[in-house]
Design a protein around this ligand. Structure first.
Ligand code: C5J
Length: 228
């Protein structure tokens, strides 16, 4: 049977949404990136700039759940003994605190700590998969690929932080694995406005070299118009 597709206005061309094959991926909306005292702040970033993503992402999350489509959350972080954190990552740069150091929300970027978890506003529902990833991409060192294959997912609606790091790495990984990725421009964010703008442009450039970009309102309208 030909899948029923709904065209979403997108760059560089309409994205043909097949709701039956699509999953929402929410990347790293963790306290460590969005709240003071975490990993993002330790790198000298103003974490407040990411908060504009929360309200539109919440609407997308609720609508996707209501449509009965899969929602997958990811979290970047490491085991308490840091055995999955390469020295090249641990020792990179000159942060005010390194991965594993104590902070106001617990040890920085360590699984099980308060700061490592997803912000309250976007908390996963029971049963929604949460992929713990040691790297920037959501496929590296995880069972995300197997999970998506099991669910018959071929399209990813991508949201989260940060645009040019974990969102970009995940979209590139997904694109190479044959997924069609639609990145929702107002539901992804960067500490650097210029990187955000260029990161989105890079995805859609050259005929959609990595995927498509659209606004969350256009995605929501398409979801609404899609056959149940
Ligand atoms: C970063 C991420 N920026 N989730 N991680 O280190 O984008």
């Amino acid at each position: 049977m030909t899948p029923q597709r709904t065209a979403i206005p997108a760059a560089p061309a309409p994205f043909l949404l097949d709701p039956a094959s699509a999953a929402l991926v929410v990347i790293d909306m963790q306290r460590d990136f969005l709240e003071p005292g975490g990993f993002g702040a330790s790198l000298g970033n103003d974490v407040g700039v990411l908060r504009r993503t929360i309200a539109p992402l919440r609407r997308v999350l609720e609508a996707t759940r209501a449509a009965g489509r899969p929602v997958i959350h990811t979290r970047e972080g490491h085991l308490p003994d840091l055995s999955d954190c390469p020295p090249s990552k641990l020792n990179r740069g000159a942060p005010s605190a390194r991965i594993g150091d104590p902070g106001p929300n617990g040890r920085i970027l360590i699984r099980g700590e308060y700061g490592h978890d997803i912000i309250d506003e976007l908390a996963p529902l029971p049963g929604e998969p949460v992929i713990d990833k040691p790297g920037k991409g959501a496929f590296y060192g995880t069972d995300l690929g197997a999970l998506l294959a099991e669910e018959g997912v071929t399209q990813l609606i991508v949201t989260g932080v940060t645009t040019e790091v974990c969102v970009h790495t995940t979209v590139r990984e997904a694109n190479d694995r044959g997924f069609e990725c639609l990145v929702l421009s107002d539901c992804v964010g960067s500490y650097f406005p210029e990187f955000h703008r260029v990161g989105l442009a890079m995805i859609a450039a050259q005929g959609g070299i990595f995927g498509w970009t659209a606004t969350s309102s256009d995605y929501l309208a398409a979801l609404d118009a899609s056959p149940a």
